[in-house]
Design a protein around this ligand. Structure first.
Ligand SMILES: C[S@@+](CC[C@H](N)C(=O)[O-])C[C@H]1O[C@@H](n2cnc3c(N)ncnc32)[C@H](O)[C@@H]1O
Length: 256
């Protein structure tokens, strides 16, 4: 079903005149993130739903294709935010996880970082709607805009399957750097298919996001990437079999 939703959206968008970045989120991005936007124009990345013009429909597509509250609640359980903890979301998308975590634990200090200026504007719009104030940052794809040992926890969901192997490694090395000693890394993303049906279903995700970035995930290689970035051995601590593949949770603590 997800493929037909995406195909219909693509056809619809191709028939509409293009507005580019001049949409209803424009003011947020311009007023709050002008400095960060400079120099980002040529950055290469896969937008939230594979194509830039689909980003506005990201929440809708996730609701249709994923057990959304189940996978986000599970993520929140594994992140387990505590009062006063400083926590970063890597690749915040439309800020759905940030809103959930803030609602669960009002005393947590949250920040987010993402590479896409358009998704940042959408996220700012959602945070404003929920009257949540927290810093959102843009990433240049190389160096995270934070000092060493800044965060108690760093988490990420549905991001690493969009990164090719060198980019996965660069990002994980940076996440290791910005975590405090003993800080926790929690990653929720497509993982090793638990059976043949899950493997077949995952081809839908691969058709949309590409095989190059997703193959390592479905082969179950995320723990290897995490270890090679300097973390101790990471375990798959949980998973959900969804209608489009096996969604896995990995958790590891940086060495003391
Ligand atoms: C599929 S969305 C997931 C959004 C959100 N985490 C969620 O759970 O709904 C992937 C996000 O990763 C971001 N992204 C892609 N490449 C990135 C990179 N190299 N560094 C940081 N974020 C990246 C995209 O802009 C997008 O917002």
């Amino acid at each position: 079903m997800s493929v037909w939703v995406v195909v219909a959206s693509i056809i619809w968008q191709l028939l509409l005149p293009k507005n580019g970045f001049d949409n209803k989120y424009h003011d947020f991005a311009i007023t709050q993130n002008l400095k960060q936007l400079k120099g980002m124009e040529n950055q290469k990345y896969i937008p939230a739903l594979g194509y830039d013009f689909l980003s506005d429909y990201y929440d809708f597509a996730i609701k249709l294709t994923m057990p959304e509250s189940k996978f986000r609640e599970k993520l929140a359980d594994w992140v387990d935010p505590q009062p006063g903890e400083h926590i970063l979301e890597f690749g915040f998308g439309t800020a759905a996880n940030l809103v959930l975590l803030k609602q669960k634990q009002g005393q947590v200090i949250l920040e987010g970082v993402d590479i896409d200026p358009k998704i940042l504007a959408i996220a700012e719009h959602k945070l404003a709607k929920y009257q949540i104030e927290l810093p959102l940052h843009l990433y240049d794809g190389k160096i995270l805009p934070f000092a060493d040992s800044s965060f108690d926890k760093v988490y990420s969901s549905l991001v690493f399957h969009q990164l090719d192997a060198p980019t996965k490694t660069t990002a994980l090395i940076e996440l290791h750097r910005v975590l405090k000693p003993n800080g926790k890394l929690i990653i929720a993303d497509w993982g090793k298919a638990k059976n043949r049906h899950m493997r077949t279903a995952f081809y839908l995700v691969q058709l949309l996001d590409g095989f190059k970035t997703t193959n390592d995930n479905v082969k179950g290689l995320m723990p290897d990437f995490i270890r090679k970035a300097g973390f101790p051995v990471a375990a798959e601590v949980d998973f959900i079999n969804t209608m489009i593949g096996t969604f896995s949770y990995y958790k590891v603590a940086k060495e003391a």
